[in-house]
Design a protein around this ligand. Structure first.
Ligand code: HEM
Length: 416
């Protein structure tokens, strides 16, 4: 059997992507009743895949590559140029190992401890009468955590500016106009900052422990034994600090979930039969964050009878896969307990990408993310009390990343 991939008829759909955002692929999956379809985006033929079977195909390294896949505007802001995201084969595996060796139990324990320490410090410093935005507060708390864990010096007086620069990187890639250009300027400044840090570590102008990421990255070599150039080492350092800071988006969604589902929040209070982990997994499944992963076909091949041509841009729907009815019962409902005894595969739950951590492009920081989210929930529920003032909790599905409009305000906080 061979056949044409179902088509999303009409002209270029770039505007629809901007308008529909996270739901672009999901909407067409439903209209066309298919997990694979062809469309046109940015003037180019593009295949869209959704669901765990689509994900399994997408993460087959013999059929898809990353070089020449990510749009330039994303490289110029979010990813940076020359980073691990755009590498393939042995070069990718070698570079990815540089990240994965950091992800051990000691790191997880340290990150958990730092998150709790800096959350407490943030609220102690803020004063109990101030109304704070959880999203903005999380950026500061996490940036401190990230810099301390990686060994990057961060002076008290530069924290706010650095937090702004780093968040411009993940708030701008899908934006148009001014916001996008802000992202590009912040990318230059952040690169400059990190290149200077790498240089200082190399010249021993600043001393860092040998087990810190900044020490390892400043001495890292490529698979041919060449020292990584300063620019690339800096981009990779930012590939730790930027996405860690971006966990602030999920902190905002934790705040939203507690507001939308107060019964679930109640269950978080030191109950033995309910796990914080189920709650944060459901937050990662239910709310949108990273819309699609991008690759290019690296061969002509057939899948399920459909013909794929080499060099075709391909999007994998991360948001929709986490709600695919083949893998999720009542996907539209927020039900943390669905994670009790749940069977994970590399492809059925992919808010941070799927496949293999070591040989594929699955997010290097997935465990760190979970640790940061758990520490945050435990802190907010079991160490603090606070009020939630009247506000706009709405968010837009075409705002990437989506964050509640008032950034989740809280006030009258007191420690338990
Ligand atoms: C804020 C929550 C996060 C989200 C939503 C997220 C999402 C993702 C996604 C979707 C990918 C790409 C998957 C693909 O292309 O197939 C990715 C890759 C990556 N993430 Fe994350 N991530 C997060 C947190 C983190 C953290 C905390 C770190 C580091 C400490 C991190 C480091 C990376 C790296 C280095 C890659 C590139 C992996 C590769 O290309 O092999 N991420 N992430």
């Amino acid at each position: 059997m061979s056949g044409e991939i179902p088509k999303d008829e009409g002209l270029d759909k770039t505007l629809s992507v901007l308008k529909e955002g996270y739901e672009f692929i999901l909407n067409r999956k439903e209209d066309l009743n298919t997990d694979v379809f062809e469309t046109r985006i940015l003037g180019e033929k593009t295949i869209c895949l959704t669901g765990s079977e689509g994900a399994e195909l997408f993460y087959d390294n013999d059929r898809f590559r990353r070089s020449d896949a990510a749009p330039r505007r994303v490289e110029k802001t979010l990813f940076g140029e020359g980073g691990v995201q755009g590498l393939d084969g042995a070069e990718h595996h070698h570079r990815k190992a540089m990240f994965m060796t950091l992800m051990d139990d000691d790191s997880m324990m340290e990150i958990d401890r730092l998150m709790r320490k800096y959350w407490r410090r943030y609220f102690e410093a803020a004063g109990s009468l101030e109304t704070i935005e959880l999203y903005e507060a999380a950026k500061i708390v996490i940036l401190r955590t990230a810099c301390e864990w990686t060994g990057v010096p961060l002076r008290e007086e530069e924290i706010e500016e650095r937090a702004r620069q780093i968040s411009d990187l993940f708030e701008s890639p899908a934006a148009l106009g001014v916001q996008h250009w802000k992202g590009r300027i912040s990318r230059s400044k952040a690169n400059e900052w990190m290149e200077e840090v790498i240089e200082d570590v190399r010249k021993e102008k600043i001393s860092v422990d040998e087990d810190r990421a900044v020490f390892a990255f400043s001495r890292a070599r490529d698979e041919k034994g060449e020292l990584l150039d300063k620019k690339t080492a800096a981009v990779e350092m930012l590939n730790l600090i930027r996405p860690m800071t971006a966990v602030s988006v999920w902190v905002a969604m934790i705040g939203l979930a507690m507001h939308e589902f107060p019964r679930e929040k109640e269950k978080l209070k030191r109950t033995e039969h309910y796990k914080i982990e189920w709650f944060i997994q459901e937050v990662r499944r239910y709310y949108p964050f990273f819309p699609f992963a991008v690759a290019r076909t690296d061969a002509d091949f057939k899948w399920k009878g459909y013909e794929f041509k080499e060099g075709t841009l391909t999007l994998l729907d991360l948001y929709g896969t986490n709600r695919h009815p083949a893998d999720w019962i009542r996907p539209e409902e927020f039900m943390p307990e669905r994670f009790r005894g749940w069977q994970q595969t590399p492809f059925n739950f992919i808010p941070q990408g799927g496949g293999s951590y070591d040989f594929g492009h699955r997010c290097a920081g997935e465990f760190i993310t979970i640790v940061m989210m758990k520490a945050t929930v435990d802190f907010l529920v079991n160490e603090m009390d606070y009020d939630v003032p009247e506000q706009d909790f709405g968010f837009e599905f075409n705002d990437i990343p989506a964050v509640p409009n008032d950034k989740v305000k809280i006030n009258n906080y007191r420690f338990q």
